[in-house]
Design a binder for this molecule. Structure first.
Ligand code: IMP
Ligand code: MG
Length: 182
């Protein structure tokens, strides 16, 4: 089997090409730049999946943006119990700041629900959510998502920051994970 990351049988059908993703990110950056005119937006990104999206998005924003990171364990996604553990907290005190939470994908919504509730107690001026991918089929927690890149059906995807067992984050496009590679 080839060790070339672009030739792995686990990486299946292409869902969004590099160009489609870049156009989508440009659209989201336009909407965000418009809504945060004359403000500084603190973009809080959830490690690790959202870092590729974040790095493309901030380079297309026209408003002043600062960035910070949080990391959580994904127990919530695995057993749907809603149990989420904070592995890395923000460096920034967000009191009075306009926070934009950036996610790679919102599935059950449990991890993000936990983060929103946690951040709200710190009294930011505002808190909004932006996600590249939205998979509403499996949603458990009701989340108000202000900016959505693409809605996807109930399939597992990899690439553009999204991983399967730590792999495939580096792919510049988004593909369906092939669970039964030939
Ligand atoms: P949930 O919304 O709490 O269920 O969890 C969403 C998180 O699970 C995302 O931030 C991803 O890290 C991970 N995740 C969910 N679906 C996928 C997928 O299709 N590919 C890769 N990671 C995923
Ligand atoms: Mg994630």
């Amino acid at each position: 089997m080839s060790d070339n990351i672009f030739e792995q049988p686990e990486v299946g059908r292409l869902l969004f090409s590099e160009e489609e993703i870049q156009n989508c990110v440009a659209r989201l950056a336009g909407e965000i730049s418009n809504d945060y005119k004359d403000k500084t937006v603190l973009i809080v990104s959830v490690l690790k999946g959202a870092v590729v999206f974040l790095s493309d998005l901030i380079r297309k924003l026209t408003v002043t943006a600062e960035i910070d990171f949080m990391a959580i364990s994904n127990y919530g996604s695995i057993d749907s119990s809603g149990v989420v553990r904070l592995l890395k907290d923000l460096d920034t005190n967000i009191q009075g700041l306009d926070v934009l939470l950036l996610e790679d994908i919102i599935d059950t919504g449990l991890s993000l629900n936990y983060l929103i509730n946690n951040l709200k107690t710190r009294q930011p001026a505002s808190i909004s959510v932006c996600t590249l991918l939205d998979r509403p089929r499996r949603r458990i927690a009701d989340i108000d998502i202000k900016y959505v890149g693409f809605q996807i059906p109930d399939i597992f995807v990899v690439g553009y920051g999204l991983d399967y067992q730590g792999k495939y984050r580096q792919l510049p496009y988004i593909s369906e994970l092939n669970t039964e590679p030939q």
